[in-house]
Write a protein that binds this ligand. Structure first.
Ligand SMILES: [Zn+2]
Ligand SMILES: [Zn+2]
Length: 174
């Protein structure tokens, strides 16, 4: 199955949310389009204030495909099936109160363990890896962020459609 569109909601009730991400730690927060912050409230990184840290996100709810099952099965038998790789970043945000005790190093390993009472874990799909895109710092990691171009009317993602190279060639949903 290939997914070539997303549900953006309606103009009055959009499904998308603007969210601001810290370049240095796992903090992120819903944000108004025009809202500004001085620095990250968690780690004080001033870079959290940059406009590039504000992304339009679409929280995952469900996936659907319009292609018929037979078509999808026939497609899967052909050699031109595509495996699209996406850049997915995991962020973990927690509050200082939620850290229990101190972090422990594990003998003989380059990592340790820390117990958190609660944490917000998010998976961010930043777009198809092969498309490159502007580089951003999010949660201490430098990542290319091609993101997803979608039609604001029908939610189709033009470049996710088979054989489509130019946005103008996309097939839209009426
Ligand atoms: Zn931070
Ligand atoms: Zn459209």
């Amino acid at each position: 199955m290939e997914i070539d569109g997303v549900d953006l909601g309606t103009t009055r009730n959009p499904a998308t949310l603007a969210r601001r991400f810290c370049p240095a730690c796992g903090w992120s927060e819903r944000s108004g389009r025009d809202a500004t912050v001085g620095a990250c409230p968690r780690c004080r990184a001033p870079g959290a204030a940059d406009s590039g840290q504000l992304l339009t996100t679409l929280p995952f709810r469900r996936a659907s495909a319009y292609a018929s099952r037979e078509l999808a099965m026939r497609d899967d038998d052909t050699d031109d099936r595509r495996r699209t790789r996406f850049t997915v970043l995991t962020t973990v945000a927690t509050r200082p109160d939620d850290i229990m005790g101190t972090a422990r190093e594990l003998d003989g390993y380059p990592f340790g363990a820390e117990v958190l009472r609660t944490a917000d874990i998010r998976w961010l799909n930043l777009g198809p890896s092969e498309r490159g895109g502007a580089t951003r710092m999010i949660a201490g990691q430098e990542v290319a962020t091609p993101l997803f171009d979608t039609c604001i009317h029908c939610g189709v993602v033009p470049l996710a459609q088979r054989g489509v190279r130019e946005r103008a060639d996309a097939r839209h949903r009426g």
